[in-house]
Design a protein around this ligand. Structure first.
Ligand SMILES: [Ca+2]
Ligand SMILES: [Ca+2]
Ligand SMILES: [Ca+2]
Length: 196
């Protein structure tokens, strides 16, 4: 089966039930646009619904940032150095994005509840050899995020592994694979101080 993904230069595909009907929908990221394809059942998908951010390479994640039961959409764009948060207004329809400063060459976004308060936070990795840190955006317990906190890692740390917070009130830890430094950094939740 061949479907229109909405773009010709798709960098990332995600499957997530953004409509809440139990059927996995598809999200396709190409430079500057997220295309959402709603699962119509019987293996067919609706026409792509597109949401724009400025042109540039990046990544996306689906996470319920305001904990209202509707999965929201988070996009990082390395060219402009911003994180865009699209709130789900119901049935997989997204409103206007809010943007958060993250620094240029931000290249990955991983949701995780790092402080164990039940509200998902965001960890950002960078495709830039001079940025030897990850950024943490803490959820302000309302779906908005505070200023980026930096934690030292090696450089080119776009590949991040988040450990599960497998107990009540548990916290996730972050493992960064530092492609340029050739090592990994383990950031244990609660044990690190943010860099100045
Ligand atoms: Ca669905
Ligand atoms: Ca939500
Ligand atoms: Ca949190």
């Amino acid at each position: 089966m061949v479907m229109d993904s909405g773009g010709s230069n798709v960098e990332q595909l995600l499957a997530s039930d953004v409509t809440g009907d139990g059927k996995l929908d598809l999200l396709a990221w190409e430079e500057g646009s997220v295309h959402v394809l709603i699962n119509q059942g019987s293996g067919s998908f609706g026409a792509p619904i597109s949401y724009q951010v400025p042109f540039g390479s990046g990544r996306m994640a689906v996470v319920d940032v305001n904990v209202d039961g509707q999965p929201d959409l988070v996009v990082v764009n390395g060219y402009v150095g911003l994180v865009y948060v699209f709130l789900n207004q119901g049935f997989g329809s997204y409103g206007t994005a809010r943007s958060i400063d993250a620094g240029v060459d931000v290249a990955s976004v991983s949701p995780a509840d790092l402080d164990g308060d039940g509200w998902p936070d965001l960890v950002l990795g960078y495709a830039n050899s001079t940025k030897d840190y990850v950024s943490l955006l803490l959820n302000q317990r309302n779906g908005s995020f505070g200023d980026a906190l930096h934690y030292r890692t090696g450089s080119m740390n776009t590949s991040l592994l988040i450990t599960p917070d497998d107990n009540e009130g548990g916290r996730s830890d972050v493992v960064a694979a530092n492609a340029e430094s050739g090592n990994v950094t383990v950031l244990i939740s609660g044990c690190q101080q943010a860099r100045p």
